[in-house]
Design a protein around this ligand. Structure first.
Ligand code: XIL
Length: 299
C-alpha cells in the first residue's frame, strides 16, 4: 500500500491524525492529511472550553469544521474529550461539588447528543491519574467532586450515545512498570468487574527523553486487552522521530488483535504542539521523513 491509512486498513485498523480547524485552509496540509489518514481527532475543537464556552450554551462551529471535513473525506472520527481537568471554560473552573458534577453530566450529554451515532470512539475521561509513583488520582476540581466521577462520566456517556466506543485516555501509561500504568489498570479491571461501561483505553504515547518508548509497551497493550477492552494509540509523537521507535510502536499495535489503530498528534513538524521536538512523520515542507517510511513498511 502507498498510504498510511490504506496500509493500516489491510489489518482492519485505522491510521489517524489530529486535525486543527485553523489549518483547514492550508491546501498543503489538507492534501497530506486527506491522502494519508483515515481517522481524525480534533486537536482542540471538541474540548470543553470550545464546545460549551458558557454554561448550557453549546458551540460546535469549530468542532463541526473538523468533523465535517473528516466525514466528507471518508474518515472516521475519534471524539476528544468530554471530562478533563484542562482546557475547561472559566465557568467550569469556578464550580465545585454537586454543581460541578451536574455540569460535567450536562456537558457529556450536550456534546454526545450533537454527534450521536457519528463518533467511532469518545475519550470520555482524559488524564485522571497523577504522574510519579503515587498511583493516585490527579487532584482536580472533578476529582474533588468524589472518586466516582469517572464511572459517572462513563455511565452518562453510554446512555447518551450507545453506538460510540467509550475510552479512558492518558499519557505516561505506556510503560508497564510505572505506577500510573498500574493504577489505570486497576481502575479498568474494577470497571469491568462491576459493569461500568468502558470499551477502550487510549494510550497517548507522547514519547520524549523524559518518558521514552519502552519495549514493554506491547505487554501493556496485551494486559489491558486481556481485561476485555480495546486499546488504541491516540496521540503518538516521538521526540526526534526515530524510525526504529515509530516502527516498534506500529509493531506493538499490530501484535495485539484488540489494538484498533494509531493516531499521530499532527501532520507536519510545524503543526506539532511541540515543534522543537520534530516528533511527527512529515517535514515542514510536507515531504516525508524517514520515520514515515519506517511506519509504512511496518504496517
Ligand atoms: C494539546 C494540543 O495539541 C495543543 O494545541 C493545546 O494547546 C493543548 O492540548 N494530551 C491531550 C491533548 O489529551 O488534548 C493535548 O493536546 C496534548 C496532551
Amino acid at each position: 500500500e502507498s498510504t498510511l491509512g490504506a496500509a493500516a486498513a489491510q489489518s482492519g485498523r485505522y491510521f489517524g491524525t489530529a486535525i486543527a480547524s485553523g489549518r483547514l485552509g492550508d491546501s498543503a496540509y489538507t492534501t497530506i492529511a486527506n491522502r494519508e489518514f483515515n481517522s481524525v481527532t480534533a486537536e482542540n475543537e471538541m474540548k470543553i472550553d470550545a464546545t460549551e464556552p458558557q454554561r448550557g450554551q453549546f458551540n460546535f462551529s469549530a468542532a463541526d469544521r473538523v468533523f465535517n471535513w473528516a466525514v466528507q473525506n471518508g474518515k472516521q472520527v475519534r471524539g476528544h474529550t468530554l471530562a478533563w481537568h484542562s482546557q475547561q471554560p472559566g465557568w467550569m473552573q469556578s464550580l465545585s461539588g454537586s454543581n460541578l458534577r451536574q455540569a460535567m453530566i450536562g456537558h457529556i450529554n450536550g456534546v454526545m447528543a450533537h454527534y450521536k451515532g457519528r463518533i467511532a470512539q469518545w475519550d470520555v475521561v482524559n488524564e485522571a491519574f497523577a504522574d510519579g509513583n503515587s498511583g493516585a488520582r490527579r487532584d482536580s476540581n472533578l476529582q474533588r467532586t468524589g472518586n466516582d466521577w469517572i464511572e459517572v462520566a462513563f455511565r452518562t456517556a453510554r446512555a447518551a450515545d450507545p453506538a460510540a466506543k467509550l475510552c479512558y485516555n492518558d499519557y505516561n501509561v505506556e510503560n508497564w512498570t510505572w505506577a500510573k500504568t498500574q493504577a489505570m489498570y486497576a481502575m479498568v479491571r474494577d470497571f469491568k468487574q462491576r459493569g461500568v461501561p468502558i470499551d477502550c483505553v487510549g494510550f497517548q504515547s507522547h514519547f520524549n527523553n523524559d518518558s521514552p518508548y519502552n519495549s514493554n509497551f506491547r505487554t501493556t497493550l496485551q494486559n489491558f486487552a486481556a481485561l476485555g477492552v480495546d486499546v488504541a494509540i491516540t496521540e503518538l509523537d516521538i521526540q526526534g522521530a526515530s524510525g526504529t521507535t515509530y516502527a516498534n510502536v506500529v509493531n506493538d499495535c499490530l501484535a495485539v488483535p484488540r489494538c484498533l489503530g494509531i493516531t499521530v498528534w499532527g501532520v507536519r513538524d510545524s503543526d506539532s504542539w511541540r515543534p522543537e521536538h520534530s516528533p511527527l512523520l512529515f517535514n515542514r515542507d510536507g515531504s516525508k521523513k524517514p520515520a514515515y517510511t519506517s511506519v509504512l513498511n511496518a504496517l
